[in-house]
Design a protein around this ligand. Structure first.
Ligand SMILES: C[S@@+](CC[C@H](N)C(=O)[O-])C[C@H]1O[C@@H](n2cnc3c(N)ncnc32)[C@H](O)[C@@H]1O
Length: 254
């Protein structure tokens, strides 16, 4: 657990940024001692950004981290210069924590699918029997609520790690008197053998582990669906384009 936390790109980026700050302080102090001239704040900010971007490149962080690392110290200074009340940062921090939770570990942020995807999923579901369906990472619950209205004979569930989206989905189900169930938790702790259909809209970082878990646990006849993200090296049994311009929906049958 600690090992996977330390390898998370966001944690590595943070460690690099802290090291860059220390290196910048050392360089500035060195220049000051040698020349007796203080270094301008802008120069220090640029130096820290450059060191952070260079270290990120050296440590092989994904390319989009480089501009983020370069711009981070400047953005921090710009924000501090606004002299906003500290409570704003606390409220924002609590909101973002509730919304994204441990995204730095899972590398799966929240972004919702829409009606065309829900309709494509509904069309792929077997109609000859009641189903136990789960959306692993159900976000605001749109897909599960939609399917619960279409398939009253089936059990439609969603599991969501982040507290705020889960709370929103739970409240939505109560408000519209839906039979949809929403669990707050981590899908990696579920036993997939209970489900006929598992739907995932996650991220490339999650797909290999998801495939291993599905292969090990899902029953014969069950189906794994993934919107947008394929499983590397595993050909899908069904491929659907919910929208002509949008992403692909993949299905694997066990
Ligand atoms: C791309 S969103 C998809 C939302 C929803 N399925 C939809 O189609 O609108 C992915 C969601 O998965 C959640 N998530 C990421 N890792 C998870 C995990 N291990 N267990 C449960 N939920 C997770 C994230 O918090 C995020 O809300």
């Amino acid at each position: 657990m600690l090992q996977s936390l330390l390898h998370a790109p966001a944690v590595r980026a943070l460690v690099i940024q802290c090291m860059s700050f220390l290196l910048t302080v050392l360089v500035i102090r060195g220049i000051w001692m040698l020349t007796d001239m203080p270094v301008a704040l802008v120069a220090a900010v640029l130096l820290q950004g450059t060191i952070a971007a260079t270290l990120s490149y050296w440590r092989r962080l994904a390319p989009w981290w480089l501009p983020i690392q370069f711009l981070f110290p400047g953005a921090l200074m710009a924000m501090l210069s606004l002299s906003l009340p500290p409570e704003i940062f606390l409220v924002l921090f609590i909101f973002l924590l509730g919304w994204y939770w441990t995204i730095f570990r899972t590398q799966v942020p929240f972004y919702p699918s829409g009606l065309p995807v829900w309709e494509a999923v509904a069309d792929l579901l077997p109609t000859d029997r009641p189903l136990h369906f789960i959306d692993i990472g159900s976000g605001l619950g749109g897909l599960v609520l939609n399917l619960a209205a279409r398939r009253p004979e089936s059990i439609l569930s969603g599991i969501e790690l982040a507290p705020l989206p889960w709370l929103a989905s739970w409240l939505r189900a109560r408000i519209v008197h839906s039979r949809a169930r929403f669990i707050r938790g981590d899908y990696t702790h579920l036993d997939f053998a209970q489900y006929d259909v598992v739907f995932a809209y996650l991220s490339p970082a999650a797909m290999l582990a998801l495939w291993e878990k599905s292969r090990a646990e899902m029953r014969p006849g069950a189906m794994l669906l993934s919107y947008e993200f394929p499983i590397p090296g595993v050909t899908a049994d069904v491929i659907v384009m919910p929208q002509s311009e949008g992403a692909t929906l993949y299905a694997w049958r066990f």
